[in-house]
Design a protein around this ligand. Sequence first.
Ligand code: PEP
Length: 251
Amino acid sequence: MRKKIVAGNWKMNKTPAEAVELVNMLKDGCEAAKCDVVFCVPFIDLVPVCEALKGYKNIAVGAQNMHFEDNGAYTGEISAPMLKEIGVKYVILGHSERREYFGETDKLINKKMKHALRRGLIPIVCVGESLEMKEEGITHDHISIQIKRAFKGIDIDDAKKVIIAYEPIWAIGTGRTASAYQAEEVCAGIRAIISDIYDDETAEEIRIQYGGSMNAENCTELMAMPDIDGGLIGGASLKADFNLITGSVKE
Ligand code: PEP
């Protein structure tokens, strides 16, 4: 039985003081939720958010990106050991905004995946098709390539730790959500891809989130789908609604 996991992706929002205020508003509700909860916050908010969550067992903190080396001449970057030392457990990798605005490739994402796992961080790896791909009917092919490249060289034990977030690009921040059936179909397809690469047991264990305009109104239906193991939430993670989403998880 997979435990559901709901992660908030705050993107480039909230100063450190605002971040602590938001976490203090949300943390008791998230602590009581029946799913794992992760706050993926901007780098500068990580330390105060980890502090604000001391003693909270159900909530973990995640970064939104990470470099693939431990240290070196990489101006402006943050490494896995830096994140680990302050108590970060998860890292979002390959978000479509990083692919689009920062030129992140499947190859780079694979390097980051391997490094995160080597250093004990859990990747939340994002995959998803554009509107054009959806209309062309190549969603499954595209996601299959993204997953095969992201998991290249990752052994079966590490693969089981990874969270996959299915995020159709056309649904991110647009208010357009995939219907529960559309999202379920793709998430079930992702499980089949994992089974092909590894085996059925790994496919059964790995957790797959849906992300893309998930909110307090549509979360119950999406979360009820058998292959959707939680959500990666952007806009709705910045307000009290986030607790309605974590609270919608029944088991
Ligand atoms: C995201 O950025 O991962 C996301 C799903 O955003 P939103 O919920 O705002 O569509």
